[in-house]
Design a protein around this ligand. Structure first.
Ligand code: TXA
Ligand code: MG
Length: 333
């Protein structure tokens, strides 16, 4: 199937395709999503096939007004309402108890459903025009870095989906925070665009994911995600700079073509191609660039990308979560 590339002004065509049960990729403020009608099981199957996604991994449903929620979930607490009032529209996904109307294929058979209101104007226009709850995972092949431009989506999805709305680069760069609101304190299942530091003054929250999984895993058992084909080495800890130099030299001595993904301030190593994460003084820039830079490993044909780790606070926690999962090797200094 040829994939139509639509302009934001052609949102009516995209909405009609969604209503006909097709998959359409669209920009959000985090990453591009691969959307389909959340209430149409056949349409949802197309998402899983296009991505090669395991069927037990549930999808996020995207809405544009709160009255849509009452068809999808049995209810929510006043604390969850505070978060909706504060962070929607925006990169926060809330997990709530689902109603039977939500097909099991969307939720991987769970009794809960993940919901968010995106803030990207193109996403809002599309959701309004389709007037449907839209299930949308990130629009990458499962395991690859998430797409932050239409070009990235086409690399992975061209010929597999009906259309993409090209709204330019997304801006935020890392996915939404997934927060389980069916337990109290609420649990962060995936760190994302809204940080622990922003949530915790408003409601009690706990980390519900494994933040430091540096321990070597059994070969073949490693969970790899957000990954290019290029080998990825992440350097963490307090002596990152010296270790970067050592690693770059060691890889070059093996004859490998090395890229160094680092902050502008540290990107002074000779002989390594620099994938610039922007200034250390604004890690939001790094957030907006990491997936593009990881994809560059493949498009520019590097053997290895060596990455400068960053402090795990605020959005840095989210970036490091993604970089750890993208890495083949994590060197802690
Ligand atoms: O920013 C985003 O969240 C992007 C844009 C497109 O909205 N979407 C996205 O979707 O990242 P995806 O499918 O790549 O990631 C959804 C995450 C997965 O880790 C999934 O396991 C989790 O949300 N999730 C979905 N439903 C869940 C549920 N009922 N309970 C727990 N986790 C859930
Ligand atoms: Mg994803």
């Amino acid at each position: 199937m040829p994939t139509q590339v639509l302009k934001p002004s052609q949102i009516g065509i995209a909405a009609a395709l969604l209503r006909q049960g097709e998959c359409v990729a669209f920009p959000t403020e985090t990453v591009y999503g691969l959307g389909a009608n959340a209430l149409d099981e056949e349409a949802i199957v197309k998402i899983f096939i296009a991505k090669g996604r395991p069927e037990d991994n549930p999808l996020i449903i995207h809405c544009h007004n709160r009255s849509q929620l009452t068809d999808l979930v049995t209810g929510w607490s006043p604390q969850a309402e505070i978060l909706m009032d504060t962070f929607w529209p925006g990169p926060l996904t809330l997990v709530l108890p689902k109603k039977p109307a939500v097909p099991d294929i969307v939720t991987g058979g769970l009794a809960t459903v993940a919901l968010r209101f995106p803030s990207h104007p193109v996403a809002i226009n599309l959701l309004q025009a389709a007037d449907l709850p839209i299930a949308a995972p990130s629009a990458n092949i499962s395991g690859r870095p998430s797409p932050t431009s239409a070009q990235h989506v086409l690399e992975d999805m061209s010929g597999k989906i009906a259309a993409i709305v090209d709204g330019g680069p997304t801006g935020g760069g890392v996915e939404s925070t997934v927060l389980d609101c069916t337990v109290f304190p609420f649990r962060i299942l995936r760190p994302g665009g809204i940080t622990y530091e922003e949530l915790s003054p408003l409601v009690p929250v706990e980390m519900g994911y494994e933040p430091h999984s540096d321990t070597p895993r059994a070969p073949g058992m490693k969970y790899r995600h957000y990954s290019p084909n290029t080998r990825v080495v992440l350097i963490t800890g307090s002596k990152v700079e010296g270790e970067i130099e050592r690693q770059v030299k060691a890889c070059q001595a093996q004859g490998e073509k090395v890229a160094l993904m680092a902050f502008t301030e540290s990107a002074t190593y000779p002989d390594a191609y620099i994938l610039d994460m922007g200034s250390k003084t604004d890690v939001n820039v790094a957030a907006s660039r990491i997936y593009h830079l990881l994809r560059q490993g493949d498009t520019l044909g590097f053997d290895v990308i060596i990455i400068e780790g960053l402090p795990e606070v605020g959005i840095g926690r989210t970036i490091m979560d993604r970089l750890r999962k993208a890495s083949d090797t994590i060197v802690h200094t």
